[in-house]
Design a binder for this molecule. Structure first.
Ligand code: MN
Length: 236
């Protein structure tokens, strides 16, 4: 039995001396056991699930290396601050008050966590139900929406994201630089993102090289519209 378990079980049994639980060794062992607030979510499908549109090696590096680095660096950036115990959403809503490392890595963690979810094997097709109605209402047609969303990604200079955003049920398309997103208090177009497309070169370069527009075209084959619809419903 290690010291912590001994103390816990002794406390439960009511046999530990009153001073015992205040020993500094106990405090140190609790600090050591404390876990990092943010963790890498498991990919909801195999690395090769999005082939041939998004290749296996890109998925392995993108999720296992890039996203992991955002998580690790976010944990480092908030360590020892009041933000350590806050939710990621709360952090993003207050990002103007925080260091660039939190903005870059907090955004990176949020954006990628969402990105994996809004894609799936055998995805694509068209949305249905309330989401389809809202897209037709706010963009005139599904094709017009695809054009706007795709262009937002294609024309983003350098690295960034293309977003479909719900503003209290009204849908708009926008693009952000780097790892910014519509949840941040510093961006121009705010709201709840329900679909995001990563247009950083690390998202497509191994397969598509400089042909970003080709990657954007292929992206429509992996969109998980059920997940996007779920996010639209809960954002209202
Ligand atoms: Mn990325």
């Amino acid at each position: 039995m290690n010291r912590r378990n001994f103390l816990t079980s002794s406390l439960i049994a009511g046999t530990v001396a009153a001073t015992e639980s205040f020993l500094p060794t106990n405090i140190f062992s609790q600090q050591k056991e404390k876990s990092m607030p943010f963790t890498l979510p498991t990919l909801p499908y195999a690395h090769d699930a999005l082939e041939p549109y998004i290749d296996t090696l890109t998925m392995q590096i993108h999720h296992g290396k890039h996203h992991q680095a955002y998580v690790d660096n976010l944990n480092k950036a908030v360590a020892g601050t009041e933000w350590e115990s806050k939710s990621l959403e709360e952090i993003l809503a207050n990002i103007s008050k925080l260091a660039p490392a939190v903005r870059n890595n907090g955004g990176g963690h949020f954006n990628h966590s969402m990105f994996w979810q809004v894609m799936k094997q055998n995805g694509g097709g068209m949305p249905s139900g309330e989401l389809a109605e809202a897209i037709n209402r706010d963009f005139a047609s599904f094709d017009k929406f695809k054009e706007a969303f795709g262009n937002a990604g294609i024309t983003r200079f350098g690295s960034g994201w293309s977003w479909l955003v719900s503003q209290h049920g009204k849908l708009v398309v926008c693009s952000t630089q780097n790892q910014d997103n519509p949840m941040m208090d510093i961006v121009e177009v705010k709201g709840v993102p329900i679909l995001g497309m990563d247009v950083w070169e690390h998202a497509y370069y191994l397969k598509y090289q400089n042909r970003r527009a080709e990657y954007v075209g292929a992206f429509w084959n992996v969109v998980n519209w059920d997940e996007v619809a779920k996010r639209f419903a809960s954002a209202k």
